[in-house]
Ligand binder design. Structure first.
Ligand code: NZQ
Ligand code: ZN
Length: 381
């Protein structure tokens, strides 16, 4: 186990009716900017609950933070927030609204263009306090300090780090209205977050391994039931908590991490607009196939503990573990091949070019270069 420091300051507030607690959590007298996506919260009653809870506050609303939040949109929110002198932010939505609001929280206290903060790649600690009401389990953004910001003009998409939310409210009932495709992408994203922190080398931490495997098994157990009935409170509560626990640092203590699948997936979103969780369902099986040499021992452990694969030669067991993983994504209703999304060699060459130009080396061993990314994408064709 590597040395580590762990601290997660987010107050997690979970359950039915908990949105009403907003007025107990946000200090009175704050000038609150509430940020939203495209309007789903008006249809499912979340907006009405938030407005009721904040009726005694000064509030200003910013609408239209799109999936894969763009700097172009966020600049407008920052300008509005500065003009209205807001000193508290409440993000109401999925990962995109929360991520975008993290950049707003930094941009409000920054005099230059907020895109500078993204490009600088440094964690920003000078921020306006931010809280969230989560409506889509997937990213873990409600309980981590990361965000991913896009720039449409140049088709770029990069990670950004700022302060954690002060608190996050998770009411599983608000997920009942999610489109099934978003549920599938959320399950896929959660699964791959766990894999990025688990599917490296064995023997680093028994505790982390068992927690990660527990989350993977939970997802495998609940996914088909959610497809049957998305309005089951207990199932959606477990989905929500799994997504939060998958990317809030709890399963990353003292262990190495990969993230190559995510970085390749971000390029597919930047270039084609493909939904984040869907890109991962396409890339992860191919990453495992290409890196089966260095990940072989962990793939065997994963096969045995998560999928009960206990017989066959080493190669057969590894094959089966990867096959079951791809099959899981297909069972969610997602495609798992680039060709099924009409993405081909041109995109593969462009991603290789971008990675080479940036000189990146992803993966727990720092060996996923542009050339290796090309192999992975060719495997995903
Ligand atoms: O915009 P509205 O109208 O609200 O509709 C949204 C959006 O169209 C809809 N939706 C959300 N909650 C709903 C709902 N529709 C009905 N009922 C509800 N309760 O769902 C659509 C997708 O929302 P979005 O926020 O884009 O999805 P998600 O939460 O998957 O976020 C994806 C973004 O997060 C980034 C991704 O790259 C992507 O940009 N990620 C952020 C991470 C982080 N902060 O740590 C890590 C992840 O790996 C990921 O990269
Ligand atoms: Zn993700």
């Amino acid at each position: 186990m590597d040395n580590f420091i762990f601290q997660n300051p987010v107050k997690l507030i979970m359950g039915r009716g908990m949105i009403a607690r907003l007025s107990e959590e946000i200090p009175s007298g704050k000038r609150v900017m509430i940020t939203f996506g495209g309007g789903s919260v008006k249809k499912n009653g979340v907006y009405a609950q938030v407005k009721e809870a904040l009726k005694d506050y000064f509030t200003v609303e910013f609408w239209g933070i799109e999936p894969n939040p763009s700097i172009e949109t966020l600049r407008k929110a920052i300008a509005l927030g500065k003009e209205q002198r807001v000193d508290y932010l409440l993000a109401v939505g999925g990962g995109s609204v929360i991520d975008g609001t993290k950049l707003i929280s930094a941009g409000l206290l920054y005099d230059g263009d907020a895109w500078d903060l993204v490009l600088a790649g440094k964690m920003v600690t000078d921020t306006v306090p931010l809280a969230t009401v989560l409506t889509l389990p997937a990213t873990g953004s409600e309980m981590n300090n990361g965000a991913v910001i896009s720039r449409h003009e140049t088709k770029e998409k990069y990670p950004f780090y700022a302060n954690y939310p002060v608190f996050s409210i998770l009411d599983p009932e608000v997920t009942f209205t999610l489109p099934p495709y978003q549920v599938a992408c959320g399950l896929s994203d959660t699964f791959v977050h766990v894999m990025e922190q688990y599917m490296t080398a064995p023997g680093q931490s028994c505790v982390m391994d068992r927690w990660a495997e527990g989350l993977l098994q939970t997802l495998i157990e609940i996914a088909p039931k959610i497809r049957e009935n998305q309005r089951d409170y207990q199932l959606m509560a477990d989905f929500m908590l799994s997504a939060t626990m998958a990317l809030n640092g709890f399963i990353a203590m003292g262990v190495s991490q990969d993230w190559a699948t995510h970085m390749i997936g971000h390029e597919l979103t930047a270039l084609h607009g493909l939904t984040h969780g869907h890109t991962l369902a396409i890339v992860l099986p191919a990453t495992l196939r290409v890196l089966r040499g260095s990940k072989g021992d962990k793939l065997l452990q994963y096969g045995e503990r998560v999928w009960n694969i206990t017989s066959g030669t080493r190669d057969e067991r590894v094959d089966e573990a990867i096959r079951r993983t791809e099959e899981f994504f297909r069972s969610l209703g997602l495609t798992t091949r680039l060709s099924e999304e009409n993405i081909g060699m041109e995109t593969i060459s462009e991603i290789e070019r971008r990675f080479n130009e940036r000189g990146v080396r992803y993966g727990e061993n720092g060996d996923v270069t542009g050339t290796v990314a090309r192999k992975i994408l060719e495997q995903a064709l």
